[in-house]
Design a protein around this ligand. Sequence first.
Ligand code: CAA
Length: 277
Amino acid sequence: MTQASNGPTLPPTEEELSRARLELVVEGPVARVTINCPERRNAMTGRTWTTLAHIGQTLPEDVRIVVISGKGDIFSAGIDLGMFSPEGVDGERSMVSGLADGTSTEAEVQDYIAGLQEGFLWLRRPDLVTIAAVRGHAVGAGFQLALSCDLRVLADDAQLCMKEPALGLVPDLTGTKPLVDIVGVHRAVEICLTARRVGAQEAQALGLAELVVASDELPGAVDDAVAALLATDREAATATKALLQQAAGNTLQQQAAAERGAQVGRLAALARGAAGR
Ligand code: CAA
């Protein structure tokens, strides 16, 4: 997935970010996205996700790392439950009223959800490494957002919960595939259908966290991870992430062929570099 050719070219304005409950700070190769609505436990709306997509489409080209966190002592309480009320939230249409009153078709609702999913899909781009820094609860869409990232660094008070089935819904923000890829279908069924909270230590044992640290050590641990990732050549990192992402869907022979193809590209780049010196 690369930058959309027909998407926006300018990044979201401060006003757009604020309405989407987001903060964005870009410093050289690192973009930090913070979900910023602590009074509602960093609950997110449709606008949060369409604006996340906008951020992804307009990131400066030299950004290599994206860190996502929540303001205060929680990652995110998931979707703003007001999105299911007839009134919606902050001028945004309710998720259910269109189907309830017949003004939206099922196809239109699917298109709407596809737009929301764009806010999550770009986090898999091979040219980026994305990190979720999770403190406290990551519920529903919050858990799915963390699952969309390459790495999850958890504070020891983190609690992950796939709440959607308990609300009569399914997880639809691209979280089911990474969840099954990481924990397997049986554990995923158990986690989703009980909607229980998975604590940080268990998350690490299940592979849902790459690292668990004391809460006050979270920013430092993330900075260390960012520094280590930035020490690797960008082109090699991008090619390696692309290779790893296809491994699960490939046979051994297909993957071996993909490794050869990628390595030829790397060797050619190194040879060009040597010739230029
Ligand atoms: N939407 C809107 N407001 C929320 C919210 C949410 N998801 N979560 C919390 N809030 C609000 C509360 O209403 C409360 O507001 P008031 O101060 O005005 O009463 C405030 O935030 C503080 O909430 P709590 O007192 O509950 O905070 P807590 O720290 O004790 O608990 C929590 C935190 C465990 C996350 C709890 O707030 C909670 O369970 N929230 C609901 C989680 C939820 O069901 N999310 C939806 C999951 S489904 C999804 O995301 C995807 C999808 O459906 C497509």
